[in-house]
Design a protein around this ligand. Sequence first.
Ligand SMILES: C[S@@+](CC[C@H](N)C(=O)[O-])C[C@H]1O[C@@H](n2cnc3c(N)ncnc32)[C@H](O)[C@@H]1O
Length: 430
Amino acid sequence: MDAASPRLVPKLDVSDLVASLRFYVGLVGFRVLFERTDERFAFLDLEGAHLMLQEAAGPGRRFRTAELERPYGRGINLQIQAGDVDLLDRRMRAAGVEVVVPLEDRSYVAGDEVIRLRQFVVADPDGCLQRLREPLGRHLRSRHVQPDPVGGGIMKDEVAPRVDFPRLASRQTMTRPKHDPTGWRTYLRAFHEERPGITEEILAASTSAGQNSYGWLLELIPQDANLLDLACGSAPLLRAGWRGRWVGADRSPAELDRAIANGGLSVIVADALGLPFDDHSFAAVACSMALMLLEPLDDCLAEVARVLVPGGTVALLLPGGPIPLTGGDLRRWGRLFVALRRTRFEYPNDRAVRQLDETMRRHGLEILTDDRRRFAYPVASRDAASRFVDSLYLPGVPTARAHAARRVANSWVGSEIGIPLRRVLLRAAG
Ligand SMILES: C[S@@+](CC[C@H](N)C(=O)[O-])C[C@H]1O[C@@H](n2cnc3c(N)ncnc32)[C@H](O)[C@@H]1O
């Protein structure tokens, strides 16, 4: 623990550590500073707010003066300065979390000042109340202002010079200003909220010589490396057998929920543009099926290079282009593109990925190997056919076209479609 550690750190007994991590990490935005999985214990941080969680049933020592009953934490609520509360409120509601006090703006008297803040109160999975708040500003207190007799000294908002706090950095606003010239950010957010885990569903089922593409990618990563899984999605690399130290970062809370369910306890909601890690924190970075999406790519790669140790490893999985496909695959993809009225898939970083060597060199990353392989997705049922089409990024494609593509994919039932993938190994300058 460093010198800046708070002198008071709440420790909460929770009934299910995974469910609580899903809430505190996946939704509120804490990151796991460290954990002791054998004790079902995790130590969390959110920009200096610290919290300890331990599973009530143990193993290990637990302090009790009475039977634990839901709701836990009776009589207290934890006040957390958690960043952009509008965003958090939407996220909590989307996740079906119980909102106890809806979003509100309040003013509180604090000595000679009035502090304004936006807040809402939610119950964590065990019913313990969390007040998530964001400062809006403060001003000097007027002599004419009457403290509200109800709850916490609400003020009629008059008077005095105003000093605005800068808006606190949330996970999103820790990054640079949003950049969305093509609408991809909005599209991806909705896509992954609606279909978390769908990339893993399709790629984990697609094999080449008995291996799926995640296993193929893991071959590139030294087993003793501590690994940052960037844009980890549902954490398929864990299911594919990664057993070493692992941290997953992704922009989508819904994907991270899946990641936690897949056993990824160290996950953080973060944008690749502003990774919340110290320089030289990781021996390896994996980025599976996401590099073509990260915008602006050069800024994201600068972050990758920054958090990597000198000489560290980067392993990429990317869409592979037609080279490894069979004639039959090409015909099938051709019919799909006709249905979609497209000639190919397009991603924000197509140009940079075509010139990968040059792109990577700008960040001191050297390509060591670059392979392509065909993975066969078995289209066992109409549902599998539909899920395959659903897994494709199709921004701007009208619903009718997507239906037409599903009909094409239905005609493959009982057969397979080849998915072309590219695997790239890079080394950071030593
Ligand atoms: C195609 S999925 C891949 C997920 C997983 N790595 C896999 O291979 O199954 C792309 C992932 O990138 C994430 N993503 C896209 N842009 C991101 C960004 N700028 N920062 C962090 N995550 C991002 C999405 O939320 C999504 O989970």
